[in-house]
Design a protein around this ligand. Sequence first.
Ligand SMILES: C[S@@+](CC[C@H](N)C(=O)[O-])C[C@H]1O[C@@H](n2cnc3c(N)ncnc32)[C@H](O)[C@@H]1O
Length: 245
Amino acid sequence: MTSDPPTTADPAGTSTSDAQAFYGRWARLYDALARYTPGIARVRTHAATALRLEPGDTVVEMGCGTGANLPYLRERVGPEGTVIGIDYTREMLDAANDLVGEYDNVHLIHGDATARPLAAVKDEEPVEQHEIDAVLATFVVGMLDDPAAAVDGWCDQLADGGHLVLVNAARSDRWYGAPLNALFRAVVVLSTPPTTKLRYETDPHGTLDRRIVRAHDALRDRASETTEATFAGGIVRLTGGQIRR
Ligand SMILES: C[S@@+](CC[C@H](N)C(=O)[O-])C[C@H]1O[C@@H](n2cnc3c(N)ncnc32)[C@H](O)[C@@H]1O
């Protein structure tokens, strides 16, 4: 089930439009990577588990892309739960719709995941109709200019005791991390929308790393209880937290 873009869906700013153009152009290739990269299913399973979902819950995925996490989320909340995926790139949502369009409790919304309150991304149901039990953002906060503010906004919109889980790829700090980091740098340069300017910086993954650290630290600051995990030699990091009022 896909919703039309709301008026707030096309945030001003050239870098956002260019990021959308980038992901729009590569949506189908991205989808293959997002679903079939060796080891990625384990990361997505772990992320879904860290959300501590119960049947009937409402979970929102920020920057859901081509929907690779959505089947895992839907499986956990069951047919009586609600899954909402938000993304500002139409072509990514089209691919997500191919994956989960058959489920009437999975809603895809074309909008800005940093809009605050979340209901502003769409001025009708489903977002404002549901208390949000959990929020997931995988491989997204590195794209945000102010990742800590986005994390704060997501925490503010969770129900008391709700969970937020962040998953990101960043440089490994393990002793054997050098070759992995070289590979990671190449992936960052190739996969980063040029308009974020990261691609042309001398240290593009340094900027990504700093954004990711800020986002994960912001979650740790807000959470009463956290869970941490790493995958792929330390390159993929997961932080989950429970948010109490
Ligand atoms: C690297 S992809 C990750 C997609 C998905 N979460 C995954 O794990 O495969 C980043 C996605 O975030 C989306 N995105 C980035 N910033 C956004 C924002 N402020 N609002 C909505 N979507 C955003 C992009 O359009 C893109 O689909």
